[in-house]
Design a protein around this ligand. Structure first.
Ligand code: FES
Ligand code: FES
Length: 156
């Protein structure tokens, strides 16, 4: 079937079985390699993207369910030359080691800060509860989210 949706504001039409995963389409059809495959079981969060602004595990979300919806991936935030303030905060806090987990965490952070510009530490922990970082940079990640929130509020 043909599924029409947008990715990072660009209209896309994909011919695929409706049970194909969104992650498969993003990486292998559209060449958007920033979203990562970790477990394929909704256990690690490395595949997180936004669908209509809500965090979604793209490793299990079937492409047929995103018809007419707006998908945002990490490529839709910033670039290496002009990172989004969230990405800049992660850089400033040196929150990445291997970086494999980070695109998913950045997307969940985007969703959090869009709905709650001034989250408590507990709010941040709850929002990132679906993510694993095997490098164990958790404290730096938490500081990066706090830094990003302050920057976006104009408080830093
Ligand atoms: S790859 Fe989707 S949660 Fe791990
Ligand atoms: S920085 Fe390596 S998994 Fe998180």
């Amino acid at each position: 079937m043909t599924i029409a949706f947008t990715v990072n504001g660009v209209a896309q039409r994909v011919d695929a079985p409706e049970t194909t995963t969104l992650l498969d389409v993003l990486r292998n059809r559209l060449g958007l390699m920033g979203t990562r495959y970790g477990c394929g079981l909704e256990q690690c969060g490395s595949c997180m993207v936004l669908v209509d602004g809500q965090p979604v595990h793209s490793c299990t979300r079937e492409i047929g369910t995103v018809a007419k919806r707006a998908v945002t991936t990490v490529e839709g935030l910033g670039t290496a030359d002009k990172p989004h303030p969230i990405q800049q905060a992660f850089l400033d806090e040196q929150a990445g080691q291997c970086g494999y987990c980070l695109s998913g965490i950045v997307m969940s952070t985007k969703a959090l800060l869009d709905r709650n510009p001034n989250p408590s530490r507990a709010d941040i922990v709850a929002a990132l509860d679906k993510h694993l970082c095997r490098c164990g940079t958790h404290q730096r990640i938490l500081r990066a989210v706090e830094r990003a929130a302050a920057t976006l509020r104009g408080a830093a």
